[in-house]
Design a protein around this ligand. Structure first.
Ligand code: IMO
Ligand code: MG
Length: 433
């Protein structure tokens, strides 16, 4: 699986998002996991992610929390400590998938250290957005930011807390609720009741308790026995709280190093970092997007690529591919390979543009400035002929010449091989080079 595989020891690959999410990470992960993976780990974000995968019968599944590798029944899946978990969403995903796949404590583990998204986090997410008015982030409204904020305030509840004696759990909930209820009361909003939250936790424990364990012991065992591990990134580099377009970002660090760290795996073990990308760009929510096409081209990309959110159903903003972002990501994420999805989609346009640099204060630059400066950047484009059809192509050589020219241009500009090319939604429509 890895171009970079070591001769001995574990093989740890990561799939991370290169732009603003929705690059087809779930698709690459389910493809790779079926090629033979012992363990898949989801380690960042929460149910703000939407990873679409197809099972063997062609049925579509949209995962928000479950690692996409769970589709491979012979491997183990872990939700690691860096994830924030909405217990109702996780329970629903498990219930739905259990109709086709057996999910047991033997093949699925939830970290006892992962933080819980509580009902008040969702309420706070909406309130903070509302308070920001025109400068709202455009969050998914799933309570992600407030749950991570409580974690950083050391005021969070963790999955392991669900099994505490009632009096201890009650005390934790009381403490966690205190600052939030002060705020809600001051706004004449309904406050949250300790008993109701205790009941909420009880249900969560009944539904999920069997899967909660110290995930690190499973990860240590996998590393020490030289297993093949796949880390499933969520979100993407430009949504990273440190490296993305702050404040229009998510509240975790989906870059490759932090994703591995949150999975409980040190950098020395990472053998491969696969950047998932599309042949164009898309973004949901607010924030700068230099190559956005708020015109017929953007509308065509959205329709051809079915660019509507898997999580919120929101129409995605669409635009041309931006190589500055990929070039920055090459250093921050350290891509060893790229997976280029939707090559079929972009080929439906007669003419395709690619951003090869920005004009920034009269100078051409090849990096991504900080958010408010990025908004001032004007993309510099190169134009390519489109109108290609990838139907039935099985190998790279089968692809139309213009499609290959497009792929090779990206590789040459960025200096990272494109090893996987998606030409349709199913795993079979993947060209491996
Ligand atoms: P996957 O894993 C696309 C975006 C939201 C919003 C910002 C903050 O499917 O690629 P949040 O709810 O996280 O506080 O929202 O981040 N966002 C995503 N956009 N795909 C995702 O995940 C996203 N996760 C968060 O739209 O702009
Ligand atoms: Mg998404």
């Amino acid at each position: 699986m890895s171009n970079n595989k070591r001769s001995r020891g574990p093989c740890v690959s990561e799939v991370v998002g290169t732009y603003w999410g929705d690059e087809g990470k779930g698709r690459v992960i389910s493809y790779l996991s079926q090629k033979g993976v012992d363990l898949t780990i989801r380690s960042t974000g929460g149910n703000n992610a939407g990873h679409t995968v197809y099972d063997r019968t062609g049925k579509k599944h949209a995962f928000h929390l479950l690692p996409s590798g769970i589709m491979n029944e012979t491997s183990k899946s872990i939700i690691a400590s860096g994830v924030v978990i909405d217990p109702e969403v996780l329970h629903q995903e498990i219930t739905e998938l259990s109709a086709s796949i057996s999910i047991t404590p033997q093949n699925f583990v939830v970290s006892d250290r992962a933080h819980i998204i509580m009902p008040y986090h969702k309420k706070l997410d909406a309130i903070y957005e509302q308070m920001k008015g025109d400068s709202k982030v455009g969050t998914t409204g799933r309570g992600i930011g407030p749950a991570y904020a409580d974690k950083v305030h050391r005021n969070g509840l963790r999955m392991g807390d669900l099994s505490l004696p009632q009096n201890e759990l009650r005390a934790k909930i009381e403490q966690a609720l205190r600052p939030h209820n002060v705020l809600l009361k001051s706004m004449n909003e309904e406050t949250f009741d300790v008993d109701a939250m205790l009941e909420y936790c009880k249900t969560a424990h009944e539904n999920l308790g069997q899967y909660i364990d110290d995930s690190q012991k499973h990860i240590n065992a996998a590393i020490n026995s030289g297993q093949t591990i796949l880390i499933e990134g969520a979100q993407a580099l430009e949504l990273d709280i440190d490296h993305g377009n702050y404040p229009y970002v998510t509240s975790s660090s989906p870059n490759a190093s932090s994703t591995a760290g949150a999975a409980g795996i040190g950098p020395i073990f990472i053998t491969d970092v696969i950047g998932a990308m599309k042949a164009y760009c898309s973004r949901v929510g607010e924030g700068p997007f230099p190559t956005e096409q708020e015109n017929e081209v953007g509308d065509q990309i959205r329709e051809f690529g079915h660019e509507y959110g898997a999580t919120t159903g929101r129409p995605r903003r669409c635009g041309w591919l931006d190589l500055n972002i990929l070039k920055s990501g090459k250093v921050i994420n350290g891509y060893t390979q790229l997976c280029l999805n939707h090559l079929d989609t972009i080929g439906k346009l007669p003419e395709i543009k690619v951003c090869v640099g920005y004009n920034y204060n009269g100078e051409q630059i090849d990096y991504v400035p900080e958010s408010s400066e990025l908004a001032k950047c004007k993309p510099i484009y190169e134009t390519f002929a489109g109108n290609w059809d990838t139907t039935g192509c099985k190998t790279y050589a089968d692809l139309p010449e213009n499609a290959r020219k497009y792929v090779e241009f990206i590789e040459e500009q960025v200096g990272v091989p494109i090893s996987y090319i998606g030409i349709g939604p199913s795993n079979e429509e993947t060209i491996v080079r």
